[in-house]
Design a protein around this ligand. Structure first.
Ligand code: SF4
Length: 324
């Protein structure tokens, strides 16, 4: 650590290494736009089940515009409009909404929907499905709800010894979209040792945005002496970026929602500062941190690019139909 500081700091005082890509992914962009369009078209209140994306600033901004966030469908008055978040919901939630005569707008990220479909397909073929993910996360609850009798959740390799399946030749794995790529592959390898006939989904479930942001933060970790990740503590993808940076050897990594949470003492004796943000954090919050850093002498910005992103998703069909 010391040699890296002495090698780079004198030549690059006040440098910010700015990760690219960072901030909103296509699924988050679509979900937030869906709430805004619904508010425009139907007027407030628009009820949103669960935080639309896991970011404090986004949720507070939409609340000011008239979105009402609820955890359960029965909190929504009958005949209202409910919008489902990017994390997806279990089929039972659609049923509950229909029972309350709610008009629904489904802003589930298409990449999460893909995992739901894989769960349904494996269940129809009577596989036991090992879902790698974090217990209690909204996305995991939604995916599990597609085939509860077929799905067993594992958090990591330590959970594998206790697994029991009906037929070792019919076991498949799926994963939450926002996990650490490296840790997930460790779990998959451990599963494969336990179940040599393990069936894999046609493509990785960990989404492109999660993978790209993790690759970018690893690049920051090669040079930065401090990394700031902008994101909320309940954002799986932002928390994973902090872990990935630490595992890649970053000397110090902090997760902040806002620039004012940065402690000046973090910068003491520090050379290049890495800056990135989770897929649920808007870039305006990164701009706020850049401004804070500039006020503290970090004015030299170098973009560190790990991948180029151009993906975008169409609005949920319920809104597109109305827009025609
Ligand atoms: Fe979709 Fe990935 Fe973004 Fe989640 S992080 S909303 S899965 S693109």
């Amino acid at each position: 650590m010391t040699s890296r500081r002495s090698a780079e700091s004198p030549r690059q005082p006040g440098r910010v290494l700015l990760a690219s890509p960072r901030s909103w992914c296509a699924g988050v962009d679509r979900a937030v736009l869906a709430v805004e369009k619904a508010l425009e078209q139907y007027g407030p209140p628009i009820y949103v089940r669960h935080e639309i994306v896991h970011n404090k600033y986004v949720v507070q901004s939409l609340q000011k515009k008239g979105a009402v966030f609820v955890e359960h469908t029965d909190e929504v008055p009958e005949d209202s409009i409910i919008l489902f978040s990017a994390h997806g919901v279990a089929p039972t939630v659609h049923t509950e909404a229909a029972e309350r005569n709610l008009a629904t707008i489904d802003a589930t990220c298409p990449l999460v929907t893909k995992v739901h479909r894989e769960a349904v397909r494996y269940a129809q073929q009577d596989y036991d499905i090992i879902l790698i993910g974090h217990e209690g996360h909204e996305e995991v609850i939604g995916t599990t709800g597609e085939a509860p009798e077929h799905i067993t959740l594992v958090n990591g390799p330590d959970d594998i010894a206790e697994l029991s399946v009906r037929d070792e030749s019919k076991v498949a794995w799926l994963s939450q979209a926002t996990l650490s790529v490296d840790e997930t592959m460790e779990t998959v390898n451990a599963l494969r040792r336990r179940f040599p006939h393990l069936s894999s989904p046609p493509s990785d479930d960990i989404c492109y945005a999660t993978q790209n942001r993790q690759m970018a933060v690893k690049k920051l970790a090669e040079r930065a002496e401090l990394i700031i990740v902008v994101g909320s503590k309940n954002s799986s993808n932002s928390v994973r970026m902090v872990e990935v940076a630490r595992n890649a050897g970053a000397p110090a990594v902090h997760l902040v929602d806002f620039a004012h949470e940065i402690d000046e003492s973090w910068l003491e004796g520090v050379g290049p500062v890495g800056l990135t943000s989770g897929a649920s954090a808007p870039d305006t919050l990164v701009d706020g941190v850049l401004q804070w850093l500039a006020e503290h002498g970090y004015t030299d910005i170098e973009t560190v690019t790990a991948a180029n992103e151009s993906l975008s998703f169409a609005l949920p069909h319920e809104l597109r139909r109305h827009l025609r």
